[in-house]
Design a protein around this ligand. Sequence first.
Ligand code: SF4
Length: 394
Amino acid sequence: MSSEVHSYEIGPIRPPSEGQDLSLLLRVTRNCPWNKCEFCPVYKGSTFEYRSVSEVKEDIDKACLVKEEIKETSWKLGYGGRVNSAVIQTIVQSNHAYEGDIRAKESLINMANFMLAGERTAFLQDANTLIMRTPELLEVITYLRQSFPQIQRITSYARSKTCQKKSLSELSELREAGLSRLHVGLESGCDEVLAEVKKGVQAEEHIQGGRKVVEAGISLSEYVMPGLGGRRWTEKHALETARVLNLINPDYIRLRSLIISPFILLYQRFNAGEFEELSEDEIVEEIGLFLENLDCSSYLTSDHIANLLPEIEGQLPSDKKRMLDIISHYRSLSVKERLKFRLERRLRSYLSILNLDGKLREKVDEALNSVEQGSEEAEKKVDEVIHALRHPFV
Ligand code: SF4
C-alpha cells in the first residue's frame, strides 16, 4: 500500500541534553544567520532562511498527524496507544511511500521518541531561533503548546549578540509564553580568541546578552570551547572565559573541546602553521586553570564526546574541589599511564565497526603496541590514531 506520509522538517543538530530528553525537534529557522565561526562546520555552504509563521505552524500540524498515525496503529495492533518498535515497523512496512523518504522516517522516529518520553520537551532549531521577530516567535511557541499541551520545556539555540539586542521585556514575554532555556555558544570570553575565530561577538556582548537572559528568568546554558585559543592564548582564554562566566552566572556551563579537522575553516590556519593546537594534556591543564578561576553557581558539565574527561561535572561551587581533584589525578599519572588511558578512552568513545577500515586498524594496533614505551614516538602514534578516529564526530 502506498498513501501520503506526513512529515515535518528537522534540522541537523540539537544539544546533547535534548537528545537524551528525546525532545520534539522543530525547525523554526533554517541554518545560521552568522555562519562565519572558523571552528564550526555545521551550516557551512547553507544559507540562512527565515521561515514564515504559517509554514512553521503547518509543520506543527503535520507533527500532530504523525502522532495520530502512531497512536491509531498502536490501537489497531492492540497496544492501547502506546509506542513501541513493532508499531513503528508496521507503519514503515505498510506504506511504500516511506521507502527512500528520509525526512518522513526522521519525523516518525523523532515523534516516537518524543511520545515515549511523555511529550515533555521541545527544541526549536536551527542555530539562532531567537533572531525571529518576537511577536512571530511568541505565536510559534503558543501554537506549539496548544498543539502539544503536555510540553513542559521549550528550548533553543541563540547567539549572545541576538540575546543582547532583544529587550528585557521581549525576553520576559518569551519566557512567559513558554521559552524555558537558551543554549548559547560562548566559546571564549577572550576578545583576541573571539576575533581570531570570527565568532562575531565580543566578551562584553556575551556578558550583556547572557545577563539579560538570566534576568528574564530563562534558563541559560553557555558552551565553552577549551583549546580554542591554541597555544598562543591558552592562559588568557581560560582566565577571561572564567571572568565572563562569573559575571553571567548561567545555569549551565558545557565544555566542548576543540577538534581540528579538514571540515572547519580553522584547519587552513592550522595547516599553515598559524594556529598551534594544544595537546589533550594541555587542554586538561587549560580546563584546570579555567575551573580554578570560576566563581559562580552554575552546573558544569562535559557532556560531549570531544572531551577527554567527562567526569569533570558537578555543581559549583560545592563540587569544584572534587572536579579539580579529577584533573590533579589525571596529571599525576605517568606518561605511559596517560597514553594508555587516552587511547583506551578514545577507542571506547570513537571506535565503531563503521570506521575501522584496514588502514585505521593498522594504526590502532601500532598505537596499542607502542603505548607501553611511553615515549615521544608512542605519544605521536596515539595522537595520530585519535585524530583519525574522531573525524566522523566533528
Ligand atoms: S554562530 Fe553557532 S552555528 Fe553559527 S557559525 Fe557560529 S558556532 Fe556555527
